[in-house]
Structures are given as C-alpha cells and as structure tokens.
Design a protein around this ligand. Structure first.
Ligand code: PGA
Length: 244
C-alpha cells in the first residue's frame, strides 16, 4: 500500500527506462496495488519479458464480498500472476492455510499463475524448527494440486523476520531453506517438477545482497518489496539477476 497513481506510473516508467536486456529464462513481474493494475498494464504493452501481477485475490469466484477482487476480474484485466499467502495477508488479514489454498484454486481455475509465499516467524527460526514449519505451509497450500499445475506455480520463501526489517537471511540460510522446499516438492511430485520450479527469496533483498543470494543454486530469483519502490534499487536487483 505504497504510492498513488501518479507516483506508481512514474516508478514503472523509470523502471522501464533502465531495464537491461533479460535472457530468455528471466522474467520481471510487476505486481502493483489493484487500483494501479490497468494503468500498469497499459504501460507494459509491448514489453515481452515484463509481466503483470496482483498482490491478492478472493477465495470465491463472485458474490456479495464488498471490497474484494476475484481471480476472474484479474484475468479480465490481463493480469498474469497473483501473489498469494504473503505473510502480511496471513498476519494482518488472518488468512490461514485453508483459505490460501482456496485462493490458489481460484487463481489456477482462472488461468492465473500463482506466486505462493511461505516463511517462518522469528520465534520459529530461533527455536530451529523453521524447516518443519515451512514444509507444513507448503504441504497445506499446494499438496492438494495435481502435478500438471506446477508449471503455473512459483514459490517465494520469505522469512518473516527479514521482511521490511533490513535483516536479510544469509545466503547460507536462504540456500538451506530453498533446497529443503525443493526436496519437499520432489518427495511428492518428483525430480522434474521440483527441478523446474522457481523458488524466489524475499525479505530485505537489495542491490548489495542480491548477487550473493542469486548465486545460491536453489535461489531462482527474488520477491522484492521495499526496494521495488525505488527504480534504481529495483534495477540494481534485476541487474544482479542478469549477471548471476
Ligand atoms: P521487503 O519485502 O523486500 O521490503 O523485505 C518483501 C515482501 O514484502 O515480500
């Protein structure tokens, strides 16, 4: 919930002006607030490797849910991706695993690609039980899906203690969790599905730490919050990915 329409348009414009050439395996997704989506979509016209995303959708397809936006509505606005299960949605809006998996079904039924977020709070990290905690989130959110849906799933690992705090997971911590998440997916869906899955790291990712994070074999990209609000920082992170 940052930037008004004019500020959002200016940010997207500045990002596009500085965007490097991406290789064919890379994608940039811009997921603005709902209000900005049409405007950002228009700015994106003709850009083949930049995609439009949303930050949430509702768990039902339509109805009397005042103030909400459905997956079908997003699809009709040419949205391609939706972020679901972000820790702020889980914490402030009390979204639990069951609700998030319903939202995932809505998104997939409407041919949206899902960026599914998971990650542990500080007390779980301090207790050393983070692998188990995140594994349970992944199972609860995704294990009801058939393997064929995984081409439309991206997982974002976001340790809650690192989101917006300036405290980043070390590359060792990120790699360890990403490898664990991949092994959890492999145990259920096999090595091909697990190997093809993109697992993003989120949590105070910035130009100064992006290269180290992206160098980890199981870190396939980033989910960027605060640093995406400044074109130069977001571009610095994209450039780190290009160089990785
Ligand atoms: P941050 O946010 O990059 O500001 O830590 C990440 C997120 O909100 O997903």
């Amino acid at each position: 919930m940052n930037l008004d329409l004019n500020e959002g348009a200016a940010l997207v414009n500045d990002i596009f002006k500085g965007l490097p050439v991406l290789n064919e395996l890379m994608q940039v997704v811009i997921a603005p607030p709902f209000l900005h989506i049409r405007q950002t979509g228009e700015q994106l016209t003709g850009m083949i490797d930049v995609h439009l995303g949303a930050q949430n959708c509702h768990s039902e397809s339509s109805g009397a849910y005042t103030g909400e936006i459905s997956a079908g509505m997003l699809k009709s606005a040419d949205v391609e991706y939706v972020i679901l299960g972000h820790s702020e949605r889980r914490e402030y809006f009390k979204e639990d695993d069951a609700l998030i998996s319903k939202k995932i079904n809505q998104a997939l039924n409407n041919e949206l690609k899902v960026i599914f977020c998971c990650g542990e709070p500080l007390e779980i990290r301090d207790a050393g039980t983070q692998n188990n905690y995140v594994e349970n989130q992944v199972k609860a959110g995704l294990f009801h899906l058939g393997e064929e849906h995984f081409k439309n799933i991206t997982i974002a690992y976001e340790p809650i203690w690192a989101i917006g705090t300036g405290r980043t997971a070390t590359s060792v911590q990120a790699q360890e969790m990403h490898a664990h998440i991949r092994s959890v997916i492999e145990s259920q869906y096999g090595a091909d599905t697990a190997g093809n899955l993109s697992i993003l790291y989120g949590g105070s990712c910035k130009p100064s730490n992006a290269a180290e994070l992206f160098a980890c074999p199981d870190v396939d990209g980033g989910l960027i919050g605060g640093a995406s609000l400044k074109a130069s920082e977001f571009l610095g992170i994209i450039n780190a990915m290009v160089d990785a």
